[in-house]
Design a protein around this ligand. Structure first.
Ligand SMILES: *[C@@H]1O[C@H](CO)[C@@H](O)[C@H](O)[C@H]1NC(C)=O
Ligand SMILES: *[C@@H]1O[C@H](CO)[C@@H](O)[C@H](O)[C@H]1NC(C)=O
Ligand SMILES: *[C@@H]1O[C@H](CO)[C@@H](O)[C@H](O)[C@H]1NC(C)=O
Ligand SMILES: *[C@@H]1O[C@H](CO)[C@@H](O)[C@H](O)[C@H]1NC(C)=O
Ligand SMILES: *[C@@H]1O[C@H](CO)[C@@H](O)[C@H](O)[C@H]1NC(C)=O
Length: 484
């Protein structure tokens, strides 16, 4: 695994610079800490119209919108990566920065939740935002706020935010116990709000449909309860994911693709921890049976991903990348590979020697191979011989759809006239080092063009996912059996 160490070390650093500095609307008063020379303060007034400070958080992608659902998912994934692989991040000197990136989001989420049943879920108006192509530091357009509340509920976004805060509370438990308590309080309130006032945020705030439309909220409720169980060991959350709401929402036996929209697969794997590490003491027989169903579904997910398994999915490119959607294609293989890596590590750590897939047996090492294959593809072992991680390798995207990256720092253009930079034939003047772009078509071709947002726009959740995957590949080692 030494080879991976070398690969991961610069990668993680770059990625963390990305998540910490590139996307966030940071207010870096101390420029010593700003390792991206082309970024400075922006959006310092976000939230002011309603007396809130929403200046932190992250823009979701290449534009300047703060969208609550993907932002919270980004935080949950960073937390999960830290909880499982924090020791490996530490080994390559990345743990502190990853925690800082996470806190930059959770600080925002705390402020976005000013009372138990109100959560601000968006800053900015995408229609106004998309009329501009400007550096975030100079933007002047209005940035309206959108909230969910008891009359306009948003179960998935409130529950995902609860998951983010519950998982982050575990991350900060040792280093900052008052912050941990604060996050946990918000997480519990948000879960209660999400569950008591059920309704899709896509209906309450239809403006989100065009960008981050939700396919349902049952998965987020289970995901949040699973994280709250890990954070508190309170049996009521366990009861919630098993007897109470599992039958309605868990989709046992039906694997699905893990993403910012669908948390089923993540929940299956996260809950498999309990079963695999013998954590069922004190549980009812029913709870144990339901946890086994989560574990069985995780196995079905693994068997579907392993390329030569009898139940292998055919949703792959000719050279083996998991491929589900033309838009931001890499999100699914990277998310899947992260789950596979976790499952392989859970097996090794708990001494489970093999996974059975309809007649074939796989060792943890076999399973890990799949995760490595997806990471390799992303990093340049693909027919285009391009690394989809900006700044890594000899050949990587040079025309990334990212405003800050595409406009020179000294440019004097603003909103509308800034499109000269989007449409310019020149390379991006500022390298968005660490950005993971959308990725290839099914036929494995890829067009490195700035207006190709389908393939060439990076997102924060892609970055959080690849941080988890690459951190896990730093070395082979056992994982902690309990987060608490
Ligand atoms: C919910 O939010 C909407 C939109 O901001 C607002 O009109 C409504 O009054 C809010 N409802 C409650 C109960 O706060
Ligand atoms: C804990 O977090 C709070 C909230 O961000 C912060 O004000 C405080 O300085 C932190 N304490 C430590 C010891 O880091
Ligand atoms: C958003 O998702 C809902 C289902 O959750 C669907 O009914 C609706 O058509 C979707 N909207 C768009 C614009 O895709
Ligand atoms: C901006 O900086 C670049 C690189 O230093 C330089 O070539 C260019 O002339 C500058 N443009 C303006 C408008 O100052
Ligand atoms: C690959 O697929 C894309 C999207 O479907 C298509 O536009 C392109 O022409 C294809 N390229 C080749 C070489 O077939």
């Amino acid at each position: 695994m030494e080879v991976l160490f070398i690969i991961v070390n610069p990668l993680c650093r770059n990625m963390l610079m990305l998540s910490k500095l590139l996307y966030n609307s940071s207010r870096f008063r101390n420029l010593v800490n700003n390792r991206i020379s082309w970024r400075g303060d922006s959006a310092l007034q976000d939230g002011r119209v309603e007396g809130l400070d929403l200046s932190k958080g992250m823009y979701d992608a290449g534009d300047l919108m703060k969208f609550g659902l993907p932002m919270a998912f980004t935080a949950t994934m960073l937390s999960w990566a830290i909880l499982e692989y924090g020791d490996r991040m530490d080994a390559v000197n990345q743990l502190g920065d990853t925690r800082d990136s996470l806190k930059w989001i959770t600080d925002f989420l705390v402020n976005a939740h000013p009372s138990p049943n109100v959560l601000y879920i968006q800053v900015g108006d995408p229609e106004l935002d998309h009329m501009c192509w400007e550096r975030p530091e100079v933007m002047t357009e209005e940035r309206p706020l959108f909230q969910v509340n008891t009359s306009l509920p948003g179960t998935e976004v409130a529950a995902e935010t609860a998951a983010a805060m519950a998982s982050a509370s575990i991350v900060f438990r040792k280093s900052n116990s008052s912050y941990c308590d604060l996050l946990l309080m918000h997480a519990q309130q948000l879960f209660t709000f999400a569950d008591s006032y059920r309704g899709s945020y896509s209906i309450s705030v239809p403006q989100v449909q065009k960008y981050y439309n939700s396919s349902g909220y049952g998965d987020e409720l289970l995901w949040a309860a699973a994280w709250l169980y890990h954070a508190t060991r309170d049996q009521s959350y366990l009861k919630y994911v098993t007897e109470l709401s599992g039958p309605q929402f868990a989709n046992w036996g039906s694997p699905s693709w893990f993403s910012w929209d669908d948390k089923h697969a993540g929940t299956q794997v996260l809950l498999s921890r309990i079963n695999m590490f013998g954590g069922e003491k004190g549980m009812t027989d029913k709870e144990v049976i339901y946890l086994e169903m989560y574990r069985k579904t995780s196995e079905a997910i693994m068997c579907g991903l392993l390329p030569d398994s009898p139940t292998a999915t055919s949703s792959r490119t000719p050279s083996g990348l998991i491929w589900i959607s033309q838009f931001n294609a890499l999100q699914h293989p990277v998310a899947s590979a992260f789950l596979v890596l976790l499952y392989s590590d859970y097996m090794s750590t708990s001494g489970i020697p093999t996974l059975y897939c309809s007649g074939k047996l796989y060792t943890p090492a076999d399973i890990r191979e799949f995760a490595i294959s997806q990471a390799d593809y992303v990093l340049g072992y693909n027919p285009m011989e391009i690394s989809y991680l900006v700044g890594y390798g000899n050949d990587y995207p040079l025309y990334v759809h990212h405003r800050g990256s595409s406009i020179p720092v000294n440019a004097t253009t603003g909103c509308g006239d800034g499109f000269v930079w989007r449409d310019s034939p020149d390379l991006n003047p500022n390298v968005a080092t660490g950005a993971l772009v959308g990725g290839p078509f099914l036929n494995e071709s890829y067009i490195d063009s700035r207006d190709n947002y389908m393939q060439n726009e990076p997102t924060t959740y892609n970055s959080a996912l690849i941080v988890g995957l690459l951190s896990g590949l730093v070395r082979t080692a056992s994982v902690v059996e309990s987060f608490t």
